[in-house]
Ligand binder design. Structure first.
Ligand code: Q46
Ligand code: ZN
Length: 297
């Protein structure tokens, strides 16, 4: 793993991933061992690996599978349901299943066609439906937190897209934890610091059977395009993706996106020149001048 300057054998890798996950869960205050976690599973490598990791770490985690009714010539939904169910059964875990067609009358592609949202692509209807169902299930079944399998590649691509157009509101909300509010479940992303290929390696090494195919509607999406761009960047500069994401979180924490409150609030006049500064003592300019005027030693 060039980005971490680390090489591990299979055995140690399988220990390293849960250890890191536990670290992120604690660091971002995601949930504790008394909380009931609902994991949104799609049958893909990330969500099934997340469920596997949480169980290995001793958390109380149940799964939620949402049947979207997407076929795409590969039986996408039925196959992903089968693999999710198989994963749960083999480990004696609880999987809640919500079938969109059974519950709301139509599968996603038909809902999308009828509502004409999203310019011929069902993704906006699909995303809206998934968010709604996940919230409803978490609330109705009394879960404390909803966990999704978004990895670093997913998060960096969303961040990249939002940054290109400076989507302030989205930038304020993107992060490993989205606090719950009235009627909305608390949402967390425990895998957000793992590269996609790290999750693939984990799933394979653990022998998790998952659906290899992407949803047929994902083809040609902007998020895939952004992922490709970021991968080019990553191969020239290992670690660039992680830095992009982590520095964003840091910048936000330190008030970059809250000019009115934190950043401006902590401005004070430099004791020497009187110009506003955020650094604790002298402003950066005065510090520089002071430094160059120091007698050489
Ligand atoms: S939104 Fe679109 Fe995904 Fe729904 S229709 Fe498929 S590609 S599954 S994350
Ligand atoms: Zn509603």
């Amino acid at each position: 793993m060039r980005q971490h300057k680390l090489a591990l054998c299979k055995e140690h890798y399988l220990e390293w991933v849960p250890e890191q996950t536990e670290r992120f869960i604690k660091q971002y205050g995601m949930f504790g061992h008394d909380d009931r976690v609902l994991v949104a599973v799609s049958g893909g490598k990330d969500s099934l690996s997340l469920w596997d990791i949480l169980i290995r770490l001793g958390y109380q985690a149940d799964g939620l599978y949402i049947g979207l009714g997407i076929d795409g010539g590969i039986g996408y939904s039925s196959e992903s349901h089968r693999l999710s169910q198989q994963f749960a059964d083999a480990r004696g875990l609880t999987l809640h299943v919500v079938d969109v067609e059974r519950e709301y009358g139509r599968p996603i592609p038909v809902l999308a066609e009828r509502t004409r949202r999203g310019l011929g692509k069902p993704c906006s209807v699909c995303g809206l439906t998934k968010r709604h169902v996940m919230n409803r299930m978490a609330r109705d079944m009394g879960y404390d937190v909803l966990a999704t399998g978004h990895n670093l590649d997913d998060e960096a691509a969303v961040l990249f897209g939002n940054t290109l157009v400076w989507e302030g509101d989205y930038l304020l909300r993107q992060g490993p934890v989205l606090p719950g509010s009235q009627g909305l479940a608390r949402k967390v992303k425990p895998l957000c610091r793992f590269y996609e290929r790290e999750m693939t390696a984990y799933a394979l090494a653990r022998g998790i059977e998952y659906i290899y195919e992407e949803c047929p509607f994902a083809e040609g999406s902007t998020s895939i395009y952004y992922k490709e761009i970021l991968n080019q960047l990553e191969s020239a500069r290992p670690g660039a993706k992680l830095t992009f994401y982590l520095r964003f979180l840091e910048a936000r924490r330190s008030g970059l996106f809250r000019e009115d409150q934190q950043a401006v609030g902590s401005l004070h006049p430099c004791p020497k020149c009187g110009q506003p500064t955020t650094s604790p003592g002298l402003c950066s300019f005065c510090r520089m001048i002071e430094k160059i005027n120091q007698p050489e030693t």
